[in-house]
Write a protein that binds this ligand. Structure first.
Ligand SMILES: NC(=O)c1ccc[n+]([C@@H]2O[C@H](COP(=O)([O-])OP(=O)(O)OC[C@H]3O[C@@H](n4cnc5c(N)ncnc54)[C@H](OP(=O)(O)O)[C@@H]3O)[C@@H](O)[C@H]2O)c1
Length: 246
């Protein structure tokens, strides 16, 4: 296990799902963690309490990553309360599952605001505030490789996240900061299960090499890998943490 003692991490969208597991894992490794959320204050407070009960350190900060002023406040408040930012996990994300004829302008704008604008401007804050040894992990999706109907807007937004990750690697490199993306396959969270029948969930479970759905803990392991000291030579990459989904 890599130690994150003395590090401070912001995990966006950490009130539930994958982000919650990442926050708990980073805290267990010794980092002080900011549990960011947009609306779910109660569950974010639960995550903080759980981390504290396990002997870790965390605070919750509300910020809607679709708004640049909220992202700026998230970083300012983190620095004011915890002193610095070493790790940024741009996990907050939103999905829509609609065929092109059903997609609205509001769907499109919301998905790009949360997934793309949120990721981009959080990276801008990291450029301003993060120092040598910093780590950024963005979130894409393995749906990108599957050309599945009804995921066009989501995949377009995550495609932009992957390209942002590649583009920014050479801007962050001179500062000694790595930036990578993780592209999970199907993971058992609200985002994945909402609107799907049990049959659909079972069908998805059979699409990877292990014949089961991914769990948030599987993805937290990939984040642990990328934020550790030994990952210092990995940058600009997208890791398809998907159990061999194709
Ligand atoms: N689950 C999967 O199968 C899967 C597969 C591939 C990629 N991913 C990606 O993995 C990431 C995490 O997904 P998940 O499945 O854990 O999602 P989830 O269960 O829906 O949780 C989403 C989290 O993001 C927060 N959030 C949503 N909008 C936000 C905003 N505007 N500002 C700040 N926080 C916001 C939510 O908090 P509030 O309740 O407070 O809004 C919640 O904590 C996403 O980027 C997703 O696209 C997931």
């Amino acid at each position: 296990m890599s130690s994150l003692q003395g590090k401070t991490a912001i995990v966006t969208g950490a009130s539930r799902g994958i982000g919650r597991q990442i926050a708990e894992r980073l805290a267990a490794l010794g980092a002080q963690v900011v549990v960011n959320y947009a609306a779910s204050r109660e569950t974010a407070d639960e995550v903080v309490a759980e981390i504290a009960a396990a002997g870790g350190q965390a605070i919750a900060i509300q910020a809607d990553v679709a708004k640049v002023e909220d992202i700026e406040r998230l970083f300012a408040e983190t620095i004011e309360r915890l002193g610095k930012v070493d790790i940024l996990v741009n996990n907050a994300g939103a999905m829509t599952n609609r065929l092109i004829g059903e997609v609205t302008e509001a769907d499109f704008d919301r998905l790009f605001a949360i997934n793309v604008k949120g990721t981009y401007f959080a990276c801008q804050q990291a450029m301003k505030h993060m120092g040598e040894g910093g780590r950024i992990v963005n979130f894409s999706t393995s749906v990108l490789g599957a050309m599945m109907p009804s995921y066009s807007v989501y995949a377009a937004a995550k495609g932009a996240v992957e390209q942002i990750t590649r583009q920014l690697a050479k801007e962050f490199g001179p500062k000694g900061i790595t930036i990578n993306a993780i592209a999970p396959g199907q993971v058992r969270t609200e985002l994945f299960t909402t609107g799907k029948t049990q049959e659909q969930i079972e069908a998805f479970s059979k699409m990877n090499a292990f014949g089961r759905l991914g769990e948030p803990d599987d993805i937290a392991g990939a984040v642990e890998l990328l934020v550790g000291d030994r990952a210092h030579w990995i940058t600009g990459q997208t890791i398809r943490a998907n159990g061999g989904f194709n």
